[in-house]
Design a protein around this ligand. Sequence first.
Ligand SMILES: C[S@@+](CC[C@H](N)C(=O)[O-])C[C@H]1O[C@@H](n2cnc3c(N)ncnc32)[C@H](O)[C@@H]1O
Length: 242
Amino acid sequence: MAKELTVKEAAHARAVREMFAGIAGRYDLLNHVLSLNIDKRWRRAVAVSLNTVLSDPDATVLDVACGTGDLALELNRETKARIIGTDFCRPMLSLAQAKAATELKPIPFVEGDAMTLPFGDNQFDAVTIAFGLRNLANVADGLKELCRVLRPGGSLAVLEFSTPIVPGFGRLFNLYFSHVLPRIGGAVSGSRGAYEYLPDSVTKFPNQKNLAALLEVSGFETVKYRNLTGGVSALHLGTKTI
Ligand SMILES: C[S@@+](CC[C@H](N)C(=O)[O-])C[C@H]1O[C@@H](n2cnc3c(N)ncnc32)[C@H](O)[C@@H]1O
């Protein structure tokens, strides 16, 4: 069973939900503009990594912290598995529902908190989370909750900002991420705070190796990761220990 949130964790969750509610309308535009559309390639990499499960018509995949649904839509594209999206921010979820309305294979979107998912144990063949893990009030407890709903042997895919591995590029990227991005994001979304929170939350998040180690102590085995765009993002994969 999921642990109850502490008062501090509950306050963090509330602040994160309100922040995403405030920028929901501009979220997609800013994502694509600020990443020069590279975010689409990163989500595609998640779908490719789950190719086997996605081609199974009996499989069900849960996309946690699905936001406006871009990863759920990518997972749903030309695949057979059933995709479900979940997020705790209603305005983000409403946009996901609108975007998925024309999908031939419907995607149910369920309002839910990643720390206490509204699903039973061992239900999903794969669980994905893109740019969501970093926002959870307690990353280790969040990973355990993702593990709980995954069937033994099922796959977890975590796409998240990470630590650039090329020194010169890393410095340049950090300059952009910490100084340019908050200005553009703030001006377009009207919430400078949300785009200052972004680099801040990435700085506090474990790097590639530490996140892999965290997955291993949270119930996952065969853990591996791949750097995307020089480590600006990383895709971590693991399977739930049988
Ligand atoms: C940066 S967005 C990522 C959205 C989407 N996965 C994507 O790739 O664009 C983070 C999302 O995580 C959601 N989120 C943060 N904490 C959450 C939690 N505890 N439970 C469910 N959703 C959460 C937010 O509401 C937001 O929609």
